[in-house]
Design a protein around this ligand. Structure first.
Ligand code: GLU
Length: 551
């Protein structure tokens, strides 16, 4: 009896690996093309860190004319939830991340290197496990979970490293005959890797993000096929990324310490190992302590949070690129309107320790991103959000033509307005443009420099009766406010006011502020000329009358 007979006894019906090697030929891509993937477990919670990895992977694959695929790692079937794959596919789609290959729904996939769902790849893993047994590099282990626990306890008592290795690996040294006998007697078993490693030897590894790292060799005989016939993550990773032609494994740095094992597995099975890109987690500043963004404590850890708040996917993506490469910010400054796809992401410039997540900064980025949207896009996105989360806002948007006028204020020019950071801001930002909202909200007119009731009344009356003309262009409109200021004894130029601070009570800007507050109830709004243009004379007059009533 030899290893081959043992392998046949364990896996009598599986195909030889040559079948799969032929079925999944090397990819024919140009030199330097990156083939990479996003490989989540369908646990029903998409973490912002996962999105970050997927974004980085999608981007470097696109930049190099490579391939980005979505593989579902569902070999731990206890953790699975219903519609977990749909959740992942849709979350990626919400952020405009479209894989070239992989799962597209719970059951469908695209691409020639599938199945892309690990639970459907059982035969493939068993074929490669058989191959390992044939080579004497894997073996059946008959230890029960209780026996493994027993070993752990002994190791603890002896103060040595835990695990199934060396002298502790009881089944490692059974003869082929002994193993065959146990199998024939119906004993239960799993398959373990026979590690050739030694803990007192070091391996050097170059990680694309982390740089050079040194680890002790792996000497653990880890499980490769579990009792349920499915592989462990480690074995599935090696088989899948080999067959799918992955050149770069982009994954969370919690896997960094598994690199010695993974490299050893690749080496022993005889495959070329991919490059590893271990991404640092996104961190949060929690009262001065830096810690990982936590699923339990931080609502912003879930990607669903951004959709709920109405923060556009484009903004989240742009913010994540900010985190990924610190030169992004500079690039954006130089290319304020360019598509982010034009930015060249560099993996080796990613932060080695985790970058800090900063909500204020994200909202700031979002304001800029939204300021570049057309009025039509702002309208469509706001409506889509409002229909789901804010019925009142959705109703306000029924008159599309009017809403487009509002969203069009200060948009499309060199310095577009930056008042909206998220769709949930919109109602507050535009409510004063709706008479039914405005007159029902008990406006507090908080006048500033010019606060005397008579003076305010004079400004409002003079302006609407003698200066305002719907046909004026912006320059004329503004000149008239200057004229009005001059006529009422205020400085008609700010410069003049600054030169003679004792001569004037206020200047043209203060007069404007009175008009703005009476018109909208606010001291800050986008361009007042455009607001007046949209409202028209009658509505402006009505607003002023209302303001006068409460002087
Ligand atoms: N399923 C693993 C995880 O979610 C994937 C790690 C990898 O990308 O290889 O952590």
């Amino acid at each position: 009896m030899d290893y081959k007979d043992l392998a046949n006894l364990i896996f009598p019906d599986v195909k030889p690996i040559e079948y799969y090697e032929e079925k999944y030929p090397r990819r024919n891509l140009k030199e330097g093309a990156i083939v990479t993937r996003f490989a989540p477990s369908p646990t029903g919670f998409m973490h912002i860190g996962g999105l970050y990895q997927a974004l980085v992977a999608r981007k470097v694959a696109s930049q190099t004319d490579g391939v980005f695929f979505l593989r579902i790692e569902d070999t731990d079937q206890k953790r699975e939830i219903e519609n977990g794959i749909t959740d992942i596919v849709n979350s990626l789609k919400d952020f405009g991340i479209e894989p070239d290959e992989g799962m597209v729904s719970e059951t469908d996939e695209k691409g020639n290197y599938g199945p892309y769902k690990q639970s459907l790849r059982g035969d493939i893993y068993r074929s490669y496990a058989k191959y390992m047994i044939e080579m004497g590099k894997a073996y059946p282990c008959f230890c029960t979970p209780e026996e493994v626990e027993e070993i752990r306890k002994k190791q603890e008592a002896a103060k040595v490293r835990p695990g199934y290795y060396g002298v502790w690996a009881k089944c490692r040294n059974l003869t082929v005959e002994e193993m065959a006998e146990k199998i024939k007697a119906g004993e239960k078993y799993i398959i373990r890797f026979k590690s050739p490693g030694r803990e007192d030897r070091k391996i050097k590894h170059h990680d694309v993000v982390k740089g050079n790292v040194t680890f002790p060799e792996n000497d653990q005989d880890i499980v490769i096929i579990k009792a349920d016939g499915l592989p462990t993550y480690h074995f599935a990773h090696v088989v899948d990324d080999h067959l799918m032609g992955t050149t770069h494994v982009i994954r969370s740095d919690e896997w960094l310490s598994s690199v010695p094992l993974h490299l050893q597995l690749f080496h022993e099975i005889g495959f070329k190992a991919p490059k590893y890109v271990h991404i640092s987690p996104i961190m949060k500043n929690d009262n001065g302590n830096k810690r990982k963004l936590s699923k339990r404590k931080d609502p912003e850890a879930a990607v669903s949070y951004y959709a709920e708040q109405g923060i556009p996917g484009e903004a989240v993506k742009e913010y994540l690129l900010n985190i990924a490469n610190s030169n992004f910010e500079n690039w954006r400054r130089q290319n304020p309107t360019e598509d982010i796809d034009k930015f060249e992401l560099q993996l080796n410039k990613m932060s080695v320790s985790g970058a800090l997540f900063d909500m204020v900064k994200l909202l700031d980025v979002s304001k800029s991103v939204i300021s570049r949207f057309t009025a039509e896009k702002v309208y469509n996105e706001t409506l889509k959000w409002a229909e789901k989360y804010d019925k009142e806002l959705a109703d306000m948007l029924t008159d599309k033509e009017y809403a487009l006028k509002i969203f069009g204020i200060e948009r499309g020019n060199k310095k577009p307005r930056k008042d909206i950071a998220k769709w949930s801001d919109v109602k507050n930002e535009i409510s004063y443009m709706y008479d039914d909202k405005f007159y029902n909200q008990n406006v507090k007119y908080e006048y500033q420099k010019i606060s005397n009731s008579d003076k305010i009344k004079t400004i409002l009356e003079e302006y609407i009766n003698n200066y305002f003309d719907e046909n004026d262009d912006k320059q004329t409109w503004f000149n008239k406010i200057k004229e009005l200021a001059g006529k009422l004894g205020y400085a008609s130029e700010v410069k003049e006011f600054k030169a003679n601070p004792d001569k004037y009570e206020a200047h043209v800007g203060d007069v404007s502020t009175v008009l703005r507050i009476a018109l909208t109830g606010r001291a800050n709004t986008p361009d007042m000329y455009e607001i007046m243009e949209i409202m028209g004379k009658d509505r402006i007059k009505e607003r002023f009358e209302n303001a006068k009533k409460v002087l």
